[in-house]
Write a protein that binds this ligand. Structure first.
Ligand code: SF4
Length: 394
């Protein structure tokens, strides 16, 4: 493995927009599920018998063509477009900065209601492009290897703020189809991972509704098998993920004893390894074609011994799984160091010989602090009360 010391990125586009968000009193269409949009259109004066058709039309304009102006929705009558513009808006989070790493990884800092900021990362690879999106400002949890874990939870993201991250990335990549142009099946954002800032299962309903919008075949149309939700182990919500979202599941596992996992992933004190594995064995969508991904960060001298590797294989026996080995990505003040390349390879060999795929994740975007576990925004909860923060989001 080459010297990983980050150096100044080759290109850095910084665009700062210090602007307070306007309160319009109009409903943001982004993030509404189909039933919610149906209800809102009727409440705004759409005749009930037309509502289903209108939902389909508006949905296509917003999520297939990426249109943000009702006036441009040309298959709708002018007076109906005026009605939409009076009652609704199409608002995404604001792009504050965009950084591009020397390896092509892009990191976006975006601003949401209340002026809070979250990070989103786009990772281009051969034949696919993965968008790593956030579900909370800061995090409910405090995993000790994770930079986000040092940022107190400010609030959950709304469905609009989650879906908005996908739309914003498509804007930046110029991925919206152009009317009249030949159909282009290439997807630059081909995969989504809920592995950014926050624990998605502590924001279940908003994440579920947002993924329903993203998976809808008439709009953004990302298949459920192209979406992976990563949890640190919120056991009561795991089965619901299969039943109500249906995406692939990843688990921030990172240790093979409760003693070590209590330190690395403190939620383990609530639902320990045995309880978590039981929930995974009962995962409703478990199959060889839909394996659970066990994420395992490689920390020097902490969880990377041969004994750990053997224990890991034993613990997950009988679960269709793959193990993603993540060389630790350092961040300022981090209490750990990355395992050596030789140690990581030896660990991977033991797992591989036991019959599990054990890819070693190539760190991406390290030079712009976009690698796994490096995300953190400057937003702190400050003196605002919980009520004030929640009011800003509604
Ligand atoms: S690993 Fe995930 S759950 Fe843990 S602190 Fe980081 S963002 Fe939160």
């Amino acid at each position: 493995m080459t010297d990983q010391t980050p150096s100044a990125p080759i290109t850095q586009d910084v665009l700062t927009i210090p602007r307070k968000l306007p309160q319009t009193g109009r409903t943001n269409i982004v993030g509404l599920t189909r039933p919610q949009l149906h209800e809102a259109l009727i409440a705004a004066g759409t005749p009930e018998r037309q509502a289903r058709m209108r939902v389909g039309q508006v949905w296509q304009w917003v999520y297939h063509w990426g249109v943000r102006d009702f006036a441009a929705m040309t298959n709708l009558a002018k007076d109906y477009r005026a009605l939409l513009a009076e009652h609704f808006e199409i608002v995404l989070p604001e792009l504050v900065t965009r950084q591009i790493s020397r390896d092509g990884t892009r990191k976006y800092l975006v601003r949401i209601a209340g002026g809070h900021e979250v990070e989103v990362v786009y990772i281009p690879e051969e034949g696919r492009g993965t968008l790593c999106i956030s579900s909370q400002v800061g995090c409910t949890l405090t995993c000790s290897f994770c930079h986000t874990g040092t940022q107190k939870l400010v609030r959950n993201l709304t469905p609009a703020e989650i879906v908005g991250q996908v739309m914003l990335a498509r804007d930046d990549l110029g991925e919206w189809p152009v009317q009249g142009a030949p159909k282009d099946e290439t997807r630059l954002v081909s995969n989504i991972v809920l592995m950014g800032m926050g624990e998605p299962l502590y924001n279940f309903e908003n994440v579920r509704d947002a993924m329903k919008v993203v998976m809808d075949g008439e709009g953004l149309s990302l298949s459920r098998r192209r979406i992976t939700l990563s949890t640190s182990g919120v056991v009561p919500e795991i089965a619901r993920t299969a039943q109500e979202i249906g995406c692939l599941l990843a688990v921030s596992f990172h240790a093979t004893t409760d003693e070590v996992r209590d330190r690395l992933v403190p939620i383990n004190r609530r639902w320990n390894i045995a309880t978590l594995l039981e929930a995974l064995r009962d995962y409703p969508r478990l199959s060889n074609s839909e394996r659970i991904t066990f994420e395992y960060v490689m920390l020097d001298g902490v969880n990377d011994s041969d004994a750990d590797a053997r224990r890991l294989v034993k613990l997950i026996q009988g679960i269709p799984a793959k193990i993603n080995l993540i060389p630790f990505n350092e961040w300022p003040g981090a209490p750990y160091r990355r395992s050596s390349p030789e140690r990581i390879r030896a660990f991977a060999d033991i797992i591989y010989k036991a019959g599990y795929a054990s890819p070693i994740r190539t760190p991406r975007g390290e030079d712009i602090m976009a690698a796994c576990g490096q995300l953190k925004s400057a937003t702190e909860r400050g003196r605002k009360t919980r009520a004030q923060i929640e009011a800003e989001a509604s």
